[in-house]
Design a protein around this ligand. Structure first.
Ligand SMILES: [Zn+2]
Length: 192
């Protein structure tokens, strides 16, 4: 893992967010009650860098805008595997919004959403599923997924100009800057 680069990016991205309200770890309601931040999985393989931070941003044409970016973008080569951040239950698969093909997972008080994936939604005998056959991935709505499981691949579905993972986090329904969570994960890992 490219912790040096993450550290640098976080120093830039975090700004004043370190004083934000304390976030409870998802572990309370997970099947493995002893999980800690440093057991969480970084959400993508072959990470190349952060291509767009959480928050208000400029439009792709450079025009000022009030568009709010509700997640963090991880650049990675198309086809790179996406890994489940924290063990939980798949509560939605979808492929018909600007988010493209997505998987939404609930882990206790947290929801984590992975956008612009390869694959599409299909009705299977077991129910609705995100299916990426070339990647060997099939994710059923309602299924449980362990931490670090490969749940899809980086693609360009939905509204995107290049391959990346858009990752959205909510805690008790409130959006959370993913950089804060990565800081918590990285901070504890650094003490190992
Ligand atoms: Zn994004």
């Amino acid at each position: 893992m490219h912790w040096q680069r993450i550290s640098l990016a976080l120093a830039i991205a975090l700004g004043g967010v370190l004083g934000s309200p304390k976030l409870s770890q998802p572990s309370q309601n997970s099947s493995q009650g002893t999980l800690r931040w440093n057991d969480a999985s970084f959400p993508v393989e072959n990470f190349q860098g952060y291509s767009s931070p959480f928050g208000y941003r400029r439009s792709p044409t450079g025009e000022p805008t009030t568009e709010f970016h509700n997640g963090l973008d991880f650049a990675a080569p198309e086809g790179s595997y996406i890994r489940n951040w924290w063990a939980g239950q798949v509560i939605e698969v979808s492929d018909d919004t600007a988010c493209g093909t997505l998987v939404r997972i609930r882990s206790g008080a947290w929801e984590h959403v992975y956008c612009h994936m390869k694959g599409r939604v299909e009705q299977t005998p077991q129910g609705r599923a995100m299916v990426d056959r070339p990647g060997g991935v099939l994710i059923l709505e309602g299924q449980r997924v362990p931490t670090g499981a490969r749940i899809g691949r980086v693609g360009m579905t939905g509204r995107t100009t290049g391959p990346h993972l858009h990752w959205t986090l909510r805690h008790r329904g409130q959006l959370v800057n993913p950089a804060v969570v990565l800081q918590a994960m990285y901070g504890t890992q650094a003490q190992r």
